[in-house]
Design a protein around this ligand. Structure first.
Ligand code: MF3
Ligand code: CO
Ligand code: CO
Length: 278
């Protein structure tokens, strides 16, 4: 296909993506902050012997106590207030009565609706002491998200974000999951645009001030392929390799982006190693 045709394919329908104003930014700041505070609260709960059901109940109570609603609860039939994805689970793990055990890595993904606005964020938590290769995956996944955020600014495309993430993760000999992506959000939970965590600068849609979306790379130690378990939700790596994910909700500003879901306590990477990894 020629360049003009490629342009119409790669920059299609930018008009359908909502551009939000100052009041919407204010709404997203509140929703994002409360979501971050829920994940901060959860940092104090994650330890060996605790069930993911107990964490889920705490997330529900936190929402109720703060005038929020957990967006995942009854969303398309999903039964819980958060997702808890352990070890080889890529995403959408359903909280249950099984206790966490020493050495597990778990992603906890919370989406809170505050005054109609959605804050969507997830972090990886270490359960007790974890193996160096597991900690390395968490550090690479967290850095992948930060590189994606750093690429998000007006004039760049969604492809710039994907390329920044893919380049870095693959340079560290990890793989990027293709089956799930980040998403526009605001008054809706999942909206345009799709934010792929791989690709090339210039692909996708051009970023403009007022766009709201998540970046939520899923990075595997092994191969990128996933399969869905019989519960219809739980996505696991086909090769059973470890998988990790971090997620933030951001808004494009005139000069770059604003991250709505930063931890007020500096716990965006709660088990961040204190010494550099070797
Ligand atoms: N919070 C997830 C996301 O980042 C979506 C979970 S949908 C559910 O988009 F139904 F699985 F909970
Ligand atoms: Co999301
Ligand atoms: Co999420």
């Amino acid at each position: 296909m020629n360049d003009a045709a490629a342009e119409t394919v790669t920059r299609r329908q930018p008009g359908t993506i909502k551009l939000h104003g100052p009041e919407a930014f204010e709404g997203m700041r509140k929703a994002g902050r409360l979501t971050a505070e829920a994940l901060d609260m959860i940092a104090g709960l994650v330890k060996p012997g605790v069930t993911t059901d107990a964490i889920d109940r705490a997330a529900f109570e936190f929402a109720m106590d703060h005038g929020a609603y957990p967006a995942t609860l009854y969303y398309r039939g999903y039964p819980r207030s958060c997702c808890t994805s352990i070890n080889e689970v890529v995403c959408h793990g359903i909280p249950n009565e099984k206790p966490l055990k020493e050495g597990d890595i778990v992603n906890i993904d919370v989406t809170l609706i505050v005054d109609g606005w959605h804050g969507d964020s997830s972090r990886m938590y270490a359960v007790g002491e974890i193996k160096p290769f597991a900690m390395r995956l968490l550090a690479i996944t967290h850095e992948s998200l930060e590189r994606g955020i750093a690429a998000a600014r007006p004039g760049a495309t969604t492809g710039h974000i994907g390329e920044a993430i893919q380049r870095y993760a693959e340079s560290e000999r990890c793989s990027v999951v293709r089956d799930f992506c980040g998403h526009g959000l605001g008054r809706l939970f999942h909206d345009e645009p799709n934010i792929l965590h791989y690709g090339r600068a210039g692909e996708g849609v051009e970023l403009r001030p007022g766009m709201f979306f998540t970046i939520e790379p899923m990075i595997n130690l092994g191969r990128p392929q996933v399969k869905i378990k019989n519960d219809g939700w739980t996505a696991v790596t086909r090769d059973r390799s470890l998988s990790a994910q971090f997620e933030h909700t951001i808004g494009i500003t005139e000069t770059g982006c604003e991250v709505f879901t930063r931890s007020p306590k500096g716990l965006d990477f709660p088990s961040r190693p204190s010494a550099p990894l070797t």
